[in-house]
Design a binder for this molecule. Structure first.
Ligand code: HEC
Ligand code: HEC
Ligand code: HEC
Ligand code: HEC
Ligand code: HEC
Ligand code: HEC
Length: 469
């Protein structure tokens, strides 16, 4: 009994084994790359201009082509199909036989660089789907869409060179990154805001890192990043990211993002001509760190997603009532519990001298010197009267007891950082003169008819928000 059972088991398993071997052989014989190489060879033979050329073509060996680059730790077999990349006669041939465009291959010889250093994909794979890393393969880094390929150049070259030598897209992307104020919310190399995550190494994140639920089309990191720039909320519904893109800008920024990588290139693969450090004057720094939320600073905007007003910080009424020291204090402290993060060195990595430059830039729109002083300390104040006035005149926007009003339109005056940083004189001036160009009206003088005494009473009441009950 037993021996018959084992016999049939043996029989079955050897059949299965043979089937697998058979399948392997079949696959090997009909492998895609062989088909392509045979087609390529036939093409060369057919189009040979003379006998010598035909003989050379007939001698072409069909075989896997692999290129191992030890110092980059890459084995690329792409040339097994893309066999004509160095053959000028293939300029007009279809893919995968086409001569490589441009002078990329002359400048980066295949034996020294391979292909995946620029294109990504799975170098060792021998069929197209796996080599390109598309579809349901487990390869983390599928070939990069050609429109983003310049991101690879910045691993080894400086921007000045790339600007002049054929990779201006990644250069434009880097400039946009600075000018759109991405660092208002993201740190890079330790410097920037805190609302979003640090972006160091972001371009090396495998596709599994991203939640692909809302991505349209192929689920690649490339598509995630691009579509997230076009509309952050379409990809991450709760996102507080503020970006406003025109036409091709999201593609340019995507190119730049994929140049921010974890891996360091070995020094012999780096080719730097001229490293130019980006400008660090007040205006450039303001753009890098503040512009994404405050824009030009001239007008204030109510942000639906933040659910609060982003105040105008370069408009004259604000600058008249806030001196540079006050502005610097506000910027250094930030506003706890709001999107306005602290810009102290310990929090943001920004040097204090850079904060000074930003404050000077912000203040450069100040049109004339200090307003007529309010002299708050000379008033005898009445908190009850202040409370009544506040409830009538202010609570609609600033909320009862200052906790932020209707849709947080006015600033939360109870916020401990506001209470700590803003002195009574500043508050009184703000109420008396208002903030032209923002919803904050002027209550003094010919404005909404509060006397200086009324204003002092309101300030005294507002200051009680800061006291623990
Ligand atoms: C088994 C054959 C094969 C291998 C191996 C292969 N390719 Fe391709 N490749 C093709 C074919 C065929 C095309 C033509 C377009 C198509 O059919 O998708 C192509 C097209 C491309 C394109 C054009 C853009 C696109 O998405 O269509 C790029 C870039 C590319 N391959 C890069 C690579 C790189 C890099 C490797 C190595 C990691 C590689 N290929 C390995 C067959 C192959
Ligand atoms: C130094 C970087 C670099 C290397 C190395 C490189 N390429 Fe490219 N490749 C590029 C760039 C850049 C383009 C886009 C060219 C253009 O826009 O004209 C490109 C274009 C291509 C295309 C056409 C893509 C399309 O969308 O039509 C194919 C196919 C391709 N490369 C295959 C390869 C193969 C195969 C290798 C390895 C033998 C290789 N490349 C090596 C940078 C490189
Ligand atoms: C892995 C690093 C690496 C990548 C990626 C890379 N390059 Fe290069 N590149 C080099 C090195 C190294 C040289 C010098 C090659 C040599 O002489 O052997 C070079 C040479 C060049 C040259 C010739 C410069 C000269 O003065 O001789 C140009 C132009 C160039 N690269 C542009 C590009 C562009 C554009 C890209 C992106 C499509 C790119 N490179 C991607 C490393 C790289
Ligand atoms: C107002 C703040 C803010 C600004 C400005 C901002 N971001 Fe973001 N960003 C976020 C937040 C919050 C997230 C996390 C939620 C999400 O994924 O949308 C995020 C996510 C990201 C991610 C995904 C990071 C990861 O690890 O998941 C990238 C990449 C990114 N931002 C790049 C940028 C770039 C580039 C810019 C400039 C064009 C920019 N951001 C401007 C707040 C901001
Ligand atoms: C992520 C968005 C964001 C960024 C980036 C940002 N801010 Fe703000 N900022 C705000 C918000 C929101 C407020 C209002 C906070 C509140 O409600 O109290 C604010 C308030 C301020 C105020 C107080 C204005 C007033 O009326 O008292 C100043 C000054 C200011 N920001 C300056 C800056 C500067 C300078 C930078 C760049 C270093 C900057 N902010 C970066 C969102 C931002
Ligand atoms: C119509 C809505 C509205 C009313 C009414 C209003 N405010 Fe404001 N207030 C705002 C807005 C909006 C801001 C932010 C200014 C900006 O957007 O640049 C502000 C700013 C302020 C600030 C400056 C806070 C800071 O961080 O710099 C103070 C103080 C203030 N309001 C107090 C008051 C008081 C007191 C009253 C009543 C007497 C009042 N406001 C009435 C909307 C209003």
């Amino acid at each position: 009994m037993h021996s018959r059972f084992y016999l049939s088991l043996l029989l079955i398993s050897s059949l299965v084994l043979m089937m697998f071997i058979g399948m392997g052989v079949y696959r090997e014989m009909t492998s895609e790359w062989k088909t392509y190489q045979t087609e390529y060879k036939n093409m060369l033979v057919r189009n040979a201009e003379d006998d010598a050329a035909r003989k050379r073509a007939e001698k072409l060996e069909i075989g896997l082509r692999q290129n191992y680059v030890a110092s980059l730790n890459k084995s690329d077999r792409c040339m097994s199909c893309h066999i004509g990349v160095e053959n000028p006669y293939m300029a007009k041939a279809d893919q995968p036989f086409t001569l490589h465009s441009g002078d990329y291959i002359e400048n980066h010889p295949v034996d020294k660089f391979g292909c995946t250093i620029c294109h990504y994909g799975q170098g060792r794979a021998t069929n197209k789907k796996e080599a390109h890393g598309k579809g349901h393969t487990h390869w983390d880094y599928p070939i990069i869409p050609t429109k983003y390929i310049q991101s690879a150049c910045a691993k080894c070259h400086d921007y000045k060179m790339l600007q002049e030598e054929g990779a201006e897209l990644v250069v434009k992307g880097e400039k946009l990154f600075r000018e759109k104020g991405c660092r208002g919310c993201h740190k890079l190399n330790g410097v920037g805001g805190d609302l979003g995550k640090a972006l160091d190494g972001i371009g090396s994140k495998p596709r599994a890192y991203y939640a692909m639920k809302h991505v349209v089309g192929e689920h690649t990191a490339y598509n995630w990043i691009k579509q997230h720039f076009d509309d952050p909320r379409a990809i991450v519904p709760t996102s507080e990211m503020r970006v406003f893109m025109e036409e091709d800008e999201s593609d340019l920024l995507t190119t730049y993002i994929f140049s921010i990588r974890e891996e360091e290139m070995p020094s012999k693969y780096r080719f730097l001509k001229n490293i130019v450090t980006p400008p660090r004057d007040g205006e450039s720094l303001y753009k890098m760190f503040c512009v994404a939320c405050h824009g030009s600073g001239k007008i204030s905007v109510y942000d639906e997603i933040f659910d609060r007003t982003i105040p105008a910080i370069t408009n004259p009424p604000f600058l008249r009532s806030a001196d540079n020291k006050t502005i610097k204090n506000i910027v250094m402290e930030g506003r706890g519990g709001t999107q306005m993060t602290s810009w102290k060195t310990t929090a943001s990595g920004l040097k204090e001298e850079d904060v000074d430059k930003i404050v000077e830039y912000v203040a450069s729109s100040r049109t004339y010197e200090r307003p007529e002083p309010f002299n708050y300390l000379e008033f005898q104040t009445n908190i009850d009267s202040g409370m009544r006035l506040y409830n009538n005149r202010c609570s609609y926007c600033h909320g009862k007891e200052g906790k932020g009003g209707n849709r947080q339109l006015g600033i939360n005056l109870k916020n401990s950082t506001v209470q700590q940083v803003l002195d009574p004189e500043f508050l009184a001036l703000t109420i008396r003169d208002g903030r032209e160009g923002t919803p904050m009206p002027s209550f003094g003088g010919d404005g909404l008819g509060l006397s200086d005494q009324n204003i002092a009473d309101v300030v005294a009441y507002v200051k009680t928000f800061g006291k623990k009950k």
